[in-house]
Design a protein around this ligand. Structure first.
Ligand code: 8YV
Length: 316
């Protein structure tokens, strides 16, 4: 039976992938093995399982000389040392497409929650304030300009939804795409044009703190920022400062630089909406992600090309 080592925290017995892995092989959870067990198991591991933002370094890979594939339960692979995976000739998969609708839903949901102050509205009613106070007016989303930083798989689905809400769409990408929306060469130009900026770019060394002080200034005092990509894309210190000084109107964040820890400065602010990295977190999508990883593992163990290889890793 193939040996599978899992790096995803094993504390959640309902995790749809962890539940299904035993269909394929003997599963060993990294967080439940002591040093001795790990030294016995690791040299024989066929498959290593992880998730987008956990670290799979060259050093980690060096423990598994018999490894045949690495599976990523997520679309982002910023935690994976892709060049080390490629150099070692390993197959590696991720889970694109199956989660795009849910992540796009959350992006639009966060924008609406921010523009209409939904968390505050809920708290207002529960606190019994409605009979005696007026709830402050929100901002209209229809007709606003939505800037999408990164028009990849998820960005395109966000754009389609935004059109249904009658927003005007602009975007940045490495090059203009064959789409009817306005292209901007830099994220700063896009921020200056739009009313709300949604960040949907993979985290790489080049995109670290892409949303910096200058971009936030360009977004301006009426501008909203939504981040459903990775915390590392936003300079959190600059963001907190902009929110405190109201040089932007508000931010909605599903991802954080040091998640699951959230900067104390953000927690104190009223003009933010916060979520615990739930972009892909629906029953349907997490099941589909698990199914896709299972399919890829089976292909790899049969020596076949993967259905959804991580770009830059072997395709055959
Ligand atoms: C998940 C994600 O949070 O797909 C991604 O890149 O960030 C999310 O889908 C994560 O991978 C699940 O563990």
């Amino acid at each position: 039976r193939p040996i599978i080592v899992n790096l995803i925290p094993s504390s959640n017995p309902a995790h749809p992938l962890l539940k299904r892995l035993p269909e394929i092989g003997a599963v060993f959870h990294r967080d439940r093995m002591n040093e001795k067990e790990f030294r016995e198991v690791a040299p024989h591991a066929d498959v290593l399982i992880s998730a987008s933002n956990l670290k799979v370094t060259d050093e980690e890979l060096s423990h598994y000389p018999a490894l045949r594939m690495v599976g990523d339960f997520g679309v982002g692979f910023d935690g994976f040392d892709v060049s080390a995976i490629a150099r070692r000739g390993l197959r590696a998969c991720h889970t694109p497409d199956v989660l795009s609708e849910d992540v796009a839903d959350l992006a639009i949901g966060l924008l609406l929650a921010l523009a209409r102050s939904l968390p505050a509205a809920d708290a207002f009613v529960r606190a019994g304030r409605w009979p005696n106070e007026n709830f402050p007016l929100g901002r209209r989303v229809a007709g606003c300009r939505l800037g999408i930083a990164g028009l990849g798989r998820i960005g395109k689905v966000v754009a389609e939804r935004a059109r249904a809400f009658r927003m005007e769409v602009g975007y940045t990408a490495r090059a203009p795409k064959d789409v009817p929306w306005q292209y901007f060469e830099t994220v700063k130009d896009l921020a200056a044009w739009c009313d709300a900026l949604i960040v949907v770019i993979p985290a790489t060394p080049e995109t670290h703190h892409l949303i910096n002080r200058e971009v936030l200034e360009a977004l301006g005092p009426k501008g909203f920022l939504v981040n459903i990509a990775r915390g590392a894309l936003v300079d959190t210190e600059a963001l907190i400062e902009a929110l405190e000084r109201k040089t932007i109107a508000g931010a909605a964040l599903d991802v954080f630089e040091h998640e699951p820890h959230v900067e104390a400065g953000l927690l104190k602010l009223g003009n933010v909406v916060l979520a615990p990295h739930i972009g892909s977190a629906t029953v349907e999508t997490r099941d589909a992600m698990a199914e896709l990883v299972m399919e890829n593992i089976r292909l790899a163990l049969n020596g076949q090309p993967l259905a959804t290889p991580i770009p830059g890793t072997r395709k055959d």
